[in-house]
Design a protein. Structure first.
Length: 258
């Protein structure tokens, strides 16, 4: 270790900088969680906005509930993205909301990301906070009529398929298929209907009964479909992949030994 590093290490140790910084950051996290929880209460307990700001998941809710599904959503759709270095694929994020997933999960793995949402406020938020990644474009549009022209390597339909009627879902899956490359993958997430009746959110038009119920919308359009679930005390989540080509864990970047 050279002289300047020895001096720096000595100063650090004498001033006890590491414990001091750790204490400081622990206090900052507590304050941060408090204000993100307050934001959630003001926005979601007193009303029901059209889009959710997922920094509340990252900065408060994940810590308090220990439920990882907000991050699962990005990770599982990330598995569907191409595995090129540098990235080459184009990804379409349908009903992208605040742009959190486009930025944190898709922008480093795609050459180009397009996020579309019908809510101008959501898109304005996404542009202000996440279009700093130079390869993301956020646009306002209703996917029932405004799906951008492809072809795309990946299309993500995350936490949104349940916002449409059964008839709309059937039509949209066909429209999505038309904008995918021949080996492209549709991926996404949704939620299983409540055992006690009633919708999880009033904006939901159709909540799925089980894995088979979701698969029936995908299998008429795609040769290969995978639907799997994760279960938490308050909900069961469904994740899906659909393609005419190989599904994510069948590709050359995977190996399975039995």
């Amino acid at each position: 270790m050279n002289l300047k590093f020895r001096i720096a290490s000595s100063i650090r140790d004498q001033l006890k900088l590491v414990p001091l910084i750790r204490f400081h950051n622990r206090m900052l996290r507590k304050v941060n969680r408090f204000f993100h929880k307050l934001q959630f209460v003001l926005e979601w307990r007193l009303s029901n906005p059209e889009y959710f700001e997922h920094q509340m998941d990252l900065n408060w809710k994940w810590h308090e509930t220990r439920s990882a599904y907000p991050m699962e959503r990005g990770v599982f759709s990330g598995f569907a993205l191409r595995n090129d270095s540098p990235p080459k694929g184009a990804t379409l994020d349908l009903c992208c909301g605040d742009g959190f997933y486009s930025y944190y999960f898709y922008s480093k793995r795609s050459a180009k990301v397009v996020g579309i949402d019908f809510d101008p406020q959501a898109i304005n938020f996404a542009i202000r906070n996440y279009q700093i990644a130079g390869n993301i474009d956020f646009i306002v549009g209703d996917i029932r009529s405004d799906i951008p022209d492809g072809p795309f390597d990946n299309i993500v339909w995350d936490a949104a398929i349940e916002h449409f009627t059964e008839l709309e879902i059937k039509g949209l899956v066909g429209r999505i298929k038309a904008e995918l490359k021949s080996d492209g993958i549709l991926s996404g997430y949704t939620i299983v209907e409540s055992e006690h009746g009633g919708k999880h959110l009033h904006q939901h038009e159709y909540e799925f009964h089980n894995k088979e119920d979701l698969a029936r919308f995908l299998s008429p359009h795609f040769r290969n479909v995978q639907v799997f679930s994760t279960t938490y005390p308050d909900r069961t989540n469904l994740y899906f992949y659909a393609s005419d080509s190989l599904l994510p864990f069948e590709r050359e970047n995977s190996i399975i030994v039995r």
